[in-house]
Design a protein around this ligand. Structure first.
Ligand SMILES: Cc1cc2nc3c(=O)[nH]c(=O)nc-3n(C[C@H](O)[C@H](O)[C@H](O)COP(=O)(O)O)c2cc1C
Length: 301
């Protein structure tokens, strides 16, 4: 979807050409020693305004959602490449851990709002920003959604326990049920039994809040956008003193079961890509993440 076109003040333009050079959609061109708006496919990225030394570029005025943090006050300064401490950044990256023990304390609503603000500073394909955030703000809301997810896995486990069903699925080229049975059936059955016994929450780990990150139809890269937003949220939450854990089981349940999607509060046309459990951590990590060596290839020519 094209965005409203930027406007260039020809009197203020100093003819440096920076906006035209960086415009990803060819909306701004450099002609006659001045920048001019010629294309119509603006994606609204705002690079033209951000790079203009003469403040000659204006964008269609609208709310800047990324400006409104309420629980802390960013300086609003552009951190130039090389200006931020990589030591500090990598310590932050390596200190975020998946939290599976939360206290009962609620996460205040303004903190949840700020986490969404931090999330949407992520890049998105063609700047579509078509992500959606469904925020479960209380333990009761998380547990209610957890019930719906548990319902899905109860049904799935009933089917997966049936050896004939697994064979039939495999015969028609759908080995997923057999794979699920081998990999997850037993631990899911254990988790369901623990929930039924005394409400031990192996799904959301007693989190007092959760955020479902989804997408509206029409985004070019909906899953990538949502996952980048999720990583922003995880890191910002850590900086704010909160613990987080991605809950893939909940994403699978929303994807496969309309009832779970409805229980999560997502309209049918939206897709879910990440579910983040959130809360005040009830565990202290004393060591940073370790990682296996990945496959890395360098091609020099
Ligand atoms: C896509 C995705 C889905 C995940 N789903 C779950 C989940 O359902 N439950 C859970 O406890 N952890 C889940 N995790 C957390 C991983 O187990 C965790 O990231 C991994 O063990 C590494 O630990 P760390 O996050 O502390 O570095 C998920 C992580 C990712 C990236």
């Amino acid at each position: 979807m094209a965005s409203p076109l930027p406007r260039i003040d020809p009197e203020a333009c100093i003819g440096c050409g920076a906006c035209a050079r960086l415009c990803p959609s060819g909306t701004i061109v450099f002609e006659g020693q001045r920048a001019a708006v010629r294309g119509t496919g603006c994606i609204g990225c705002g690079h033209c305004r951000a790079v203009c030394p003469a403040e000659a570029v204006a964008m269609a005025d609208g709310e800047n959602y990324a400006d409104g943090f309420v629980t802390f006050t960013p300086a609003g300064k552009v951190v130039a490449p090389g200006e931020f401490s990589p030591e500090l950044l990598v310590d932050l990256l390596r200190s975020r851990r998946s939290c599976r023990a939360f206290t009962e304390k609620a996460v205040p609503a303004p903190m949840l709002e700020d986490l969404v603000r931090a999330a949407v500073t992520a890049p998105s394909g063609t700047n579509s920003q078509a992500w959606t955030f469904t925020v479960l703000t209380s333990r009761a809301a998380v547990a209610g959604f957890g019930e719906a997810v548990a319902g899905f896995f109860r049904r799935l486990n009933r089917i997966a326990a049936n050896g004939l069903a697994r064979k039939v699925y495999a015969l028609i080229g759908r080995p997923e049920l057999e794979n699920y049975y081998r990999e997850y059936y037993a631990s899911v059955a254990d988790a369901l039994a623990a929930w039924d016994r005394d409400r031990t929450d192996r799904l959301f780990h007693d989190a007092s809040a959760a955020v479902i990150i989804g997408s509206r139809p029409g985004a070019s890269c909906p899953a990538e956008d949502a996952l980048l937003a999720a990583q922003n949220m995880l890191l910002t939450a850590h900086a704010m003193g909160l613990g987080t854990c991605l809950i893939g089981y909940a994403v699978e349940a929303i994807r496969h079961d309309k009832r779970v999607k409805a229980a999560a509060g997502l309209p049918p046309e939206e897709a879910a890509h990440a579910v983040v459990a959130l809360g005040w951590p009830d565990a202290t990590f004393l060591r940073q993440t370790a990682r296996r060596r990945p496959v890395v290839r360098y091609k020099t020519a």
